[in-house]
Design a protein around this ligand. Structure first.
Ligand SMILES: Cc1cc2nc3c(=O)[nH]c(=O)nc-3n(C[C@H](O)[C@H](O)[C@H](O)COP(=O)(O)OP(=O)(O)OC[C@H]3O[C@@H](n4cnc5c(N)ncnc54)[C@H](O)[C@@H]3O)c2cc1C
Length: 537
């Protein structure tokens, strides 16, 4: 049967593919106009249950396939041939429903660099109003922050004494304490702000869609996976989906908006015949538009974790005493929405320069009140703490390609970690800076044993350890890159080159990786996209 003859689930002005961080912003904002019919199509379930909303339950979702696509990368030569792990949200809210809730915007220079690359309208001065429009900051009321936006941002309610211990260690190591990484200056260490409200996760779904579920012009299709974009000549007219084992279509009168994330938006484009012609032909896919940049330029933050066994009950631990404490913490959380169950675990951290000549911070730290090993897939029963160090603007790049032409098969993800020697050298410096911090006197009473890096001293030993243990801190971007050159997939209005009525709006459009966590920047991208879409009508 011709795709256009498949049963239709309806005709809408906008069909949004993917109900994640960006897709929820689009759905909530576009459906605010009652004249506009919006469909939001999400492969995962509805979520919005205790598992998604309880911050500490992140440790149940990230290591497993619960609300999570749980991708594996191809073997990474830079990681001794190991396959990396790439969790991604598969639920309304997308990765904002399974992430660590850290609220960070990146460095102002990141956006000024985007603008210098030819992306007019994306400088820091241009994008700051969209960050502010999105935000409802519960604690900070100044020129950098918003108080009227839908996204709740506030302080942690975990009350963990290790926060103050970490700050003291930071002072002892000679670092500046920064009370607001999203304010005038990013550099320094401190306690993270989180996307939470009263101790509960505040996902993009809760912020932008849940308050508007009763809108008659907003239709949400969960457990519905988009196979490809329907094209008539070079114009997008809808999508083909699978729902309950049946193939159907949704028609789009105005635009199809791809928000399936950095791994799956390029896969959908490729399956639709939009991508490098030779790659499509190799998989027997009819070439609708030869666009070589689709799936290229994947960038992600390579990350290394130092871990310590500790002598304190103020961390997550799975031994009998720790389990007993968790039960008491659950009771406290049910009463007060405070304590360890409200923790995002990555409670503290910040931004540092790996060398004095760096103009802006090139490292980010995440101090975790638990012992993290292999994305929490490898459990340790003793109490522990960890400190991640990641490289913010790696030179290494990879790609997302099709494994085969079946829409239900997972893409071939190659982050290309630690291929560039500059990345390895910068992470070696980051390793030393982080270890120096973790060896400060303030942490001495807690630190019992170095779990993963004992005896690792020389640069060669550090490099070997990085290659043996590093992986992602979950910020893939760039696979549908915005730009003006031949590698670009979308223009600065996020329209796919060569195809009418089709935009990509998610983390995949970032021209290059920003210095920080990627949830708030992705929501900013979608806020700006809403203006661009409205201007086009
Ligand atoms: C474990 C983890 C921890 C993180 N921690 C932080 C953090 O603390 N702070 C921070 O700022 N960022 C963090 N991030 C990153 C951040 O959450 C992401 O960058 C951001 O959510 C990406 O948004 P997106 O809209 O591009 O994609 P997503 O939010 O991943 O949304 C894509 C959506 O599309 C759906 N979809 C995909 N394919 C299809 C299809 N074919 N049909 C229908 N639906 C489809 C998916 O199921 C998903 O819901 C973390 C990410 C992870 C995975």
């Amino acid at each position: 049967m011709n795709d256009k003859e498949l049963p239709s689930l309806g005709e809408f002005d906008y069909v949004i593919v993917g109900g994640g961080s960006a897709g929820c912003v689009l759905a909530g904002r576009l459906s605010a106009d009652p004249q506009v019919q919006v469909a939001l199509v999400e492969a995962g379930g509805a979520g919005d249950d205790w598992m998604v909303n309880t911050p500490a339950a992140v440790v149940l979702m990230v290591p497993r396939g619960i609300n999570n696509w749980a991708f594996t990368t191809v073997p990474q030569p830079g990681l001794n041939g190991r396959c990396g792990y790439q969790p991604r949200g598969k639920v309304l809210g997308g990765s904002s429903s399974i992430n660590a809730m850290v609220y960070i915007r990146g460095h102002r220079e990141d956006y000024d660099r985007w603008a210098r690359l030819g992306n007019t309208g994306w400088s820091y001065a241009d994008v700051l109003p969209y960050f502010i429009r999105s935000e409802h900051n519960q604690n900070i009321n100044d020129a950098w922050h918003g108080q009227q936006g839908p996204l709740q941002v506030g302080a942690l309610r975990s009350d963990n004494p290790l926060q103050e211990v970490f700050l003291q260690a930071a002072r002892e190591a000679g670092h500046r304490i920064n009370p607001d990484f999203n304010g005038a200056e990013q550099e320094g260490l401190g306690v993270y702000q989180v996307t939470q409200q009263e101790g509960e996760r505040f996902s993009a779904f809760r912020a932008y869609v849940k308050p508007h579920l009763s809108r008659p012009n907003l239709s949400i299709f969960t457990s519905t996976q988009v196979d490809k974009v329907l094209l008539e000549q070079r114009r997008a007219t809808g999508v083909v989906v699978r729902r309950g084992g049946q193939r159907c279509i949704l028609q789009a009168r105005r635009e199809v908006l791809l928000s399936a994330g950095a791994f799956l938006s390029p896969q959908i484009l490729l399956l639709s015949g939009i991508g490098e012609a030779a790659h499509l032909q190799a998989h027997g896919i009819e070439v609708k538009h030869d666009l070589p940049g689709v799936g290229q330029h994947l960038q992600d933050h390579p990350d290394f974790i130092l871990g310590y066994q500790v002598a304190t009950p103020d961390v997550l631990s799975l031994n009998p005493a720790g389990m007993w404490r968790i039960l008491r913490q659950i009771a406290q959380y049910r009463r007060e929405r405070r304590g360890m169950i409200s923790s995002n675990f990555a409670e503290c951290g910040g931004f540092l320069k790996s060398a004095p000549e760096e103009k802006i911070p090139d490292l980010q730290l995440h101090f975790v009140v638990a012992l993290v090993d292999d994305h929490a897939r490898k459990l340790h029963f003793e109490p522990g703490m960890s400190c991640h160090v990641c490289l913010l603007r790696p030179k290494s790049q990879g790609s997302v390609r099709l494994e085969n032409a079946h829409p239900w098969s997972v893409p071939r993800i190659d982050p290309g970690f630690l291929q560039a020697d500059e990345d390895v050298q910068a992470l070696v410096r980051g390793f030393k800076i982080t270890r120096h911090l973790m060896q400060q006197p303030a942490l001495a009473p807690y630190r019992l044993r170095d779990k993963f890096t004992a005896g690792v001293e020389s640069d060669a030993e550090i490099v070997a350890c990085l290659r043996e243990r590093a992986d992602t801190v979950y910020h893939p971007v760039g696979t549908c890159r915005m730009g003006t050159g031949p590698e670009a997939v979308v223009d600065p209005a996020l329209r796919v080159y060569g195809i009418e009525r089709l935009r990509v709006v998610d983390a995949s459009i970032m021209p290059d990786l920003i210095g920080g966590n990627t949830n708030a920047p992705t929501m900013m991208i979608a806020e700006k996209a809403v203006d661009l879409i409205r201007q086009a009508q």
